[in-house]
Design a protein around this ligand. Structure first.
Ligand SMILES: Cc1cc2nc3c(=O)[nH]c(=O)nc-3n(C[C@H](O)[C@H](O)[C@H](O)COP(=O)(O)O)c2cc1C
Length: 196
């Protein structure tokens, strides 16, 4: 009986997947295509449940050899957010962000040898997942770059990060106080089939 139930559930799930249109009606595609960087926030706090969902989405990202070489610092203390905004204005934390998430690579968990630098791509994938999750939840966010600029060392110092924890990005997140236009980026001239 259990087996039949599982088979029926599996068939239903597969049927559900097959029915998803490859157009803007597909909610996931729509979410990807309508995400924009938001740099002004209302200041309204976000909940721990929202933060948890953002971090679950980030950690669902692919990573080379599934190393998951990442670590996250959630900043909700207004004094620390203000300090980051003052010392690193590119983070937009000074624009009423109630929360900022620092996405870091853990170089101790990264691959050895030729694949070591894959940690950057792994944490970048986690960052994009977080941005997309935020957008789907009605929140605004922007990727602000730390590593490989000297800003990474400043953040390490400011937040007492161990040497192996390298901040790749800081993402301020909150309710949007602006609604930027979606940028049209699709360019068929950039696509090559089978050879250049
Ligand atoms: C690696 C990286 C670093 C970025 N750094 C910053 C930054 O320091 N400050 C900022 O306001 N936006 C930053 N951005 C956001 C880009 O400016 C933004 O994604 C780009 O202009 C495209 O706009 P869109 O996100 O609305 O599509 C960064 C984006 C990436 C991927």
């Amino acid at each position: 009986m259990k087996k039949i139930l599982f088979a029926a559930l599996g068939a239903l799930l597969l049927a559900g997947c097959a029915k998803q249109p490859a157009t803007m009606e597909n909610q996931v595609i729509n979410n990807i295509m309508t995400r924009v960087s938001v740099r002004q926030f209302t200041g309204e706090p976000i909940t721990q449940a929202q933060v948890d969902t953002l971090l679950r989405a980030a950690m669902a990202a692919p990573s080379a050899v599934n190393k998951q070489p990442w670590a996250f610092v959630v900043i909700s203390d207004k004094a620390i957010i203000d300090r980051i905004g003052a010392e690193l204005p590119n983070t937009r934390c000074q624009n009423n962000a109630p929360c900022a998430i620092v996405l870091c690579g853990d170089t101790d968990k990264a691959l050895d040898g030729d694949g070591h630098e894959f940690w950057v791509q792994d944490v970048a994938a986690a960052t994009e997942n977080l941005l997309l999750a935020a957008h789907s939840m009605g929140l605004g966010a922007v990727w602000t770059g730390m590593y490989p600029t000297p800003r990474a060392a400043l953040v390490q110092q400011m937040l007492d990060l161990p040497e192996n924890i390298v901040p790749l990005a800081i993402v301020p997140v909150g309710y949007p106080a602006e609604q930027p236009e979606v940028k049209e980026k699709y360019n068929p001239e950039l696509i090559h089939y089978n050879k250049w």
